[in-house]
Ligand binder design. Structure first.
Ligand code: NAI
Length: 442
C-alpha cells in the first residue's frame, strides 16, 4: 500500500504494542468488533474518518474494518497524531492514514483532501472539519477553504463536486464543538445528509468529556511543565462537562480551583460544588495556571494577559485553538522562546513571562496521549454502533443532527458495567407498576 502520508513507517512496531495495550481497556468495543467480524454490517461502504490518531482511534478503525468498511483516516488536529500509531495502522492493518504530528495547515488540509478523494459513503468527524469542507466544496464557497484545498476543488468541475456529496449517506460527529457547528448547519439548511451526534450520548459526554478530559488535561499540563499542582491557583474557564471534570481533578491534586463561567446555572453549580467563581479579569490577577475548556473564542484575551502574574502557565483543552488569543499576546510581547517542548514563553513589554502550552491546542492530546482507553471504549462503541445504525437506516433519516438512539446508549452502559464486573438490581414487577402508576402514593 503506498497511498498514505505518515511520519515514519519504521515506528510501526511500537505503535502496534501501544494499540494492543489500549485494547485491554476497551472490552465494549472488543465485543462489537467480534460481532462485526461475523456480521460485516459495513460491507461495501467507504468511510472517511477525521479523528485524533491515537491508540484508541486505532482500535475503532480496526473494528470498522472488521465490519467490512473500506477506511481512510486523517487527523482532526495538527498536533494530536501519535506517529507510531499511524505507522502501525498502515503497516499492520493496511489502513491508509494521512496524519503527521505537528503538520502545518496546508498539510492538514492536504490530508482532509485525501479523505475526500476516498469518495466516502460515510464520514466520521471530530470537530466537523471534514463535513464542512465537503459542504463548502459542494456550494462552491472556495473562499472558505484553505487555498490548496480550494484549488483542488475548483479543478474538479461541478459534476464531480456534486457527486462527491451525493455519495454520502450520512456521518457521525464526536465532539461538542462539532455538534454545535452541525446544528448551526442544520438551522441554516446547509446540512446535506443526516449526522449522528455521538457527543450527545450519555455514555459519551458524561464519561469521556468529564473523566477523560478531566484527567488527561491535567496529564498534559503536568507532562508539558512538571508543575506541582498542590497549593497553586488553578483557573478553569468553562464549567461544562469537561470543565467539571478538570476542576474536580485539579482540586484532587491539591490546587485551589477558581472557575469562570458565562452561564448563571453552571456558575451556580460550580459555587455549590465548592469552587470560587469570579470573572476572568479577576481570576487573571491571581491565577498560576489557566485552562480554557469552553468551545468559545478569545476567552483569554489581551486585557487578561495584561493582568496576569509573571510565570503564568496558560493552556487550552477545548476543541479549537481560538480560546486563547495568542496573536494578541504576541503583539504585547517579544518573539516567544520554546523553553521546553510544548512550552512557548512570551515576555511582555513590562518583563512578565507568560507560558503558552501546546500552542493553545488541546493540551491533553498535544503533550499527553489524550483520554485513557477505558472512557474511549464507550465513546468509540457509540461511533461503531452509530455507523452501523447509519448504514441500516440512512434512507429513513432526514438531513438533520440526530442523537444516538437511547437503546444503543443504554446497551453500552450495560456492557461496560458487565465488563467491569459490576452488577446492579433489577426493578421488580411491583416496583415497575408503582413507578408507572399515578394512582399509587396515598
Ligand atoms: P459544554 O457545552 O458542556 O461546556 C462549555 C461551557 O463553557 C459552558 O458551560 C459555557 O457556558 C462555558 N463558556 C462559554 N463561553 C465561556 C466564556 N467566555 N467564559 C467562561 N465560560 C464559557 O462543552 P464541553 O463538552 O465541556 O466541551 C468544551 C470544549 O471541549 C468543546 O470545544 C469540546 O469540543 C471540547 N472537548 C475537548 C476534549 C479534549 O479531548 N480535550 C474532549 C471533549 C470535548
Amino acid at each position: 500500500m503506498n497511498n498514505y502520508d505518515i511520519k515514519d513507517i519504521q515506528l510501526a512496531e511500537g505503535g502496534r504494542r501501544r494499540i494492543d495495550w489500549a485494547e485491554r481497556e476497551m472490552p465494549v468495543l472488543r465485543s462489537i468488533r467480534e460481532r462485526f467480524k461475523k456480521e460485516k454490517p459495513l460491507k461495501g461502504l467507504r468511510l472517511s474518518c477525521c479523528l485524533h490518531v491515537t491508540t484508541e482511534t486505532a482500535n475503532l478503525m480496526i473494528t470498522l474494518q472488521e465490519g467490512g468498511a473500506d477506511i481512510v483516516l486523517t487527523a482532526s488536529n495538527p498536533l494530536s497524531t501519535q506517529d507510531d500509531v499511524a505507522a502501525a495502522l498502515v503497516s499492520n492493518y493496511e489502513i491508509p492514514v494521512f496524519a503527521i504530528k505537528g503538520e502545518d495547515k496546508t498539510t492538514y488540509f492536504k490530508h482532509i483532501r485525501a479523505a475526500l478523494e476516498h469518495k466516502p459513503h460515510m464520514t466520521q468527524d471530530d470537530g466537523a472539519d471534514l463535513v464542512s469542507s465537503l459542504f463548502f466544496i459542494e456550494m462552491g464557497r472556495f473562499e472558505k477553504l484553505e487555498p490548496s484545498l480550494a484549488e483542488w476543488a475548483k479543478a474538479l468541475g461541478e459534476d464531480e463536486r456534486k457527486q462527491m456529496l451525493k455519495n454520502v449517506i450520512g456521518g457521525t460527529e464526536e465532539t461538542t464543538t462539532g455538534v454545535i457547528r452541525l446544528k448551526a448547519m442544520e438551522a441554516d439548511k446547509v446540512l446535506k445528509f443526516p449526522v449522528i451526534a455521538v457527543n450527545d450520548a450519555l455514555t459519551k459526554h458524561m464519561f469521556d468529556n468529564r473523566y477523560g478530559t478531566g484527567q488527561s488535561t491535567i496529564d498534559g499540563i503536568v507532562r508539558a511543565t512538571n508543575v506541582l499542582l498542590a497549593g497553586k491557583i488553578f483557573v478553569v474557564a468553562g464549567y461544562g462537562w469537561c470543565g467539571r471534570g478538570l476542576a474536580s481533578r485539579a482540586r484532587g491534586m491539591g490546587a485551589h480551583v477558581v472557575v469562570t463561567e458565562t452561564d448563571p446555572m453552571k456558575a451556580l453549580e460550580a459555587v455549590m460544588d465548592g469552587f470560587q467563581v469570579m470573572p476572568m479579569l479577576d481570576a487573571a490577577k491571581v491565577g498560576d495556571i489557566f485552562c480554557t475548556v469552553t468551545g468559545d473564542i478569545n476567552v483569554l484575551d489581551k486585557h487578561h494577559f495584561e493582568a496576569m502574574k509573571d510565570g503564568a502557565l496558560v493552556a487550552n483543552s477545548g476543541h479549537f485553538n481560538v480560546e486563547i488569543n495568542i496573536p494578541a499576546l504576541a503583539e504585547m510581547s517579544a518573539e516567544p522562546n520554546l523553553v521546553r517542548p510544548f512550552v512557548e514563553q512570551y515576555v511582555t513589554k513590562d518583563g512578565r513571562k507568560i507560558n503558552i502550552l501546546g500552542q493553545g491546542r488541546l493540551i491533553n492530546l498535544a503533550s499527553a496521549e489524550g483520554h485513557p482507553a477505558s472512557v474511549m471504549d464507550m465513546s468509540f462503541a457509540n461511533q461503531a454502533l452509530s455507523a452501523e445504525y447509519m448504514a441500516k437506516n440512512a434512507d429513513k433519516l432526514e438531513k438533520k443532527v440526530y442523537s444516538v438512539p437511547a437503546k444503543i446508549d443504554n446497551e453500552i452502559a450495560r456492557l461496560k458495567l458487565q465488563a467491569m464486573g459490576v452488577s446492579i438490581d433489577v426493578l421488580t414487577d411491583e416496583q415497575l407498576h408503582y413507578l408507572s402508576s399515578w394512582e399509587e402514593g396515598t
